[in-house]
Structures are given as structure tokens and as C-alpha cells.
Design a protein around this ligand. Structure first.
Ligand code: G3P
Ligand code: CA
Length: 284
């Protein structure tokens, strides 16, 4: 090889090597496309792993690094706020009755005697129906709280009591990771009036037709439209329409791992699930 050819060849090799190094350096320095973060909301606590709406389920949610626990609030006969989903105690306690027994017909003392864990598994025997205040005191500042007022029309004055309990703990201030939601829109409006700095959410049922007019109305008093996950799957315009109005959406309720990718793809802000570990770590 002539001297000139050797020079050209070495320049070419040098150029190629240089551009390879430059390219790899550029790629290494390029920030990775950031995965969008979604909130993981443990539905009634991590209720796939522990009895729903109990301290065991809420503690489990914390251990599983959920962002929020979701809890259902109702009222006892003597006006105390309690955390339970059904309006009767039969499904989730050891009440000795074939006939339905209403939460609102039992005093707090009577409700507290019931075992709210053994229906799920003997290892949870002795779990109690928590009071709302007990849950606030145990978890405030440690995990977010998504508080659902369950059938509030049965419990006149429940909004004022919930508001007072939150105010007493200064949880009515901005950025406290507290959200109050309900299927009862009048109740959500009332909470918004009582606690203007606390984000609110409307819960909508599976077969709701979420028209622009309805969403516009919600935007007047709510920060979240928490639709059934089936609605999100059926209507790809829903999430962008909610976001356009400045609201968020955390649909309910994932009980099947396969439902997660679709919700992430749709751009939801959070996922309500009985199984917090179903939401992949990279988006949390
Ligand atoms: O947070 C959504 C979800 O809790 C609503 O349904 O019946 O499980 O209270 P439900
Ligand atoms: Ca609920």
C-alpha cells in the first residue's frame, strides 16, 4: 500500500471511530424518555391481600408503596364516623344474623365488637371496623387518603363531620394528599363548599354517559372524574376531555393485571386497585 493510500485509510478509520464514539456519547448523554408517573391507589386498602377497609389492609398498602389508600366512610347510630364499604355489616363481619343489619342501626360500641377480619382469613381474626378518626391519625402525612362518602344521603350531616375531622388535623389545607369523593354529586358539592382547598372527585358508575355537558358541570366543583375503567376502555376521548377541563381521572377498579396497560395507554392519572403491585414500578 502506498503512503498516500495508508494515510487516507487511517483518516477514514479515525473518522469512523470518532463518529462512533460521538454517537455513543450522544446516546448515553440523551435523557431517557421519562415514563409518566401514575398514582397507585389501594382500593379499600390492599384489599386483594387483606380484609377491606381494615388497618391490616391499609398497613399492607403502605408496605406495598401505594401512593394513596381509598376508604369508605359511613356513620353509626350514635353519629360516629366509621370505615366500611357496605351499608350492612353482614358480608364483612361475623355478625350473627341472617337478616341484613344496617351500619346506621348499630352504635359505635356495637360495631367495634364485630370481627371484620375473619371473613377474609383466620389470620386476620380480631380486625375491627376502624373509626374515620383512627385512620386519619394513623396515616396522615404517611400516605395519601382518598376518602369516599358512601351513600351519604343515609347520613344527614356526614359532610360536616368529615370536614370537622379533617380541619381538626389541618388536613383541609392545600397539598395534604387528601381527596374526598362520592357517587352522590350533591354531597361532593357540599364538601367543596365546606373545604374549598381540598380536592374533590365525582365517582361515576359503569354505564354513565360522560358527555361534555356533564364534564363541564363537574368542573365547577370537582377536581377528579373517577369513572369506571370500562368507560375509559370504551371511549378514547374521555381522558383527554377530562384533562382539557383541568381535571384528573383515577378510574376504578383494577382486579386483573391485564387491565393496567390499557389504562396507562389512555393517560390516566392514577389507578384504583385491590392489588397495588399490579401497577409496574417504572410508572410509579
Ligand atoms: O374509588 C372507587 C371505588 O371505591 C368506587 O367503588 O363500590 O368500591 O366503593 P366502591
Ligand atoms: Ca370506595
Amino acid at each position: 500500500m502506498s503512503g498516500l493510500k495508508k494515510l487516507v485509510l487511517s483518516l477514514l478509520i479515525g473518522f469512523l471511530a470518532g463518529s462512533f464514539l460521538l454517537t455513543s456519547h450522544t446516546l448515553a448523554a440523551e435523557p431517557q424518555a421519562k415514563a409518566r408517573k401514575v398514582d397507585v391507589i389501594a382500593h379499600r386498602g390492599a384489599s386483594g391481600y387483606a380484609p377491606e377497609n381494615t388497618i391490616a389492609a391499609f398497613d399492607k398498602a403502605r408496605k406495598m408503596m401505594a401512593d394513596y389508600i381509598e376508604l369508605d366512610v359511613q356513620m353509626s347510630k350514635d353519629g360516629k364516623l366509621v370505615v366500611i364499604h357496605d351499608t350492612t355489616v353482614n358480608r364483612t363481619t361475623d355478625i350473627d344474623s341472617e337478616a341484613p343489619v344496617n351500619v346506621k342501626d348499630l352504635t359505635l360500641a356495637e360495631l367495634r365488637k364485630l370481627d371484620a377480619g375473619s371473613y377474609f382469613g383466620q389470620q386476620f381474626a380480631g380486625e375491627r371496623i376502624p373509626t374515620f378518626e383512627e385512620v386519619l391519625d394513623r396515616y396522615k402525612g404517611k400516605i395519601g387518603l382518598l376518602i369516599e362518602l358512601k351513600e351519604p344521603a343515609r347520613y344527614p350531616g356526614i359532610e360536616e363531620k368529615v370536614a370537622a375531622a379533617l380541619k381538626k388535623r389541618k388536613l383541609d389545607r392545600p397539598k395534604r394528599k387528601v381527596v374526598v369523593q362520592s357517587f352522590d354529586f350533591a354531597s361532593v358539592r357540599k364538601i367543596h363548599e365546606l373545604l374549598p382547598a381540598v380536592p374533590t372527585g365525582v365517582l361515576t358508575s359503569r354505564f354513565s354517559d360522560l358527555t361534555d355537558a356533564k364534564l363541564n358541570d363537574f368542573a365547577g366543583y370537582a377536581n377528579y372524574v373517577n369513572a369506571h375503567l370500562g368507560n375509559v376502555a370504551a371511549d378514547p376521548t374521555m381522558v383527554p376531555r377530562i384533562h382539557k377541563l383541568g381535571m384528573k381521572i383515577t378510574p376504578w377498579t383494577v382486579r386483573n393485571r391485564d387491565e393496567v396497560p390499557l389504562l396507562l395507554q389512555a393517560g390516566v392519572d392514577g389507578i384504583v386497585t385491590d392489588y397495588p403491585d399490579y401497577v409496574p414500578k417504572k410508572v410509579r
